[in-house]
Design a protein around this ligand. Structure first.
Ligand SMILES: [Zn+2]
Length: 52
């Protein structure tokens, strides 16, 4: 798979894909990874909260 979370791809996202992580609550960090919550919602989370 290509590097989806680097380079020009980030610039195309709204506000350079920065925001508040819903899991750890940190602000203005890059939300690069999609994760599913318990209620089967898809949320974007930061690097620390991604599912490995
Ligand atoms: Zn997080």
């Amino acid at each position: 798979m290509a590097k989806r979370n680097r380079g020009k791809t980030l610039k195309r996202l709204p506000s350079n894909s920065r925001g508040n992580c819903p899991l750890c609550g940190r602000k203005r960090i890059k939300l690069l990874y999609s994760s599913k919550t318990e209620s089967a919602q898809t949320v974007t989370v930061c690097k620390n909260c991604r599912q490995k």
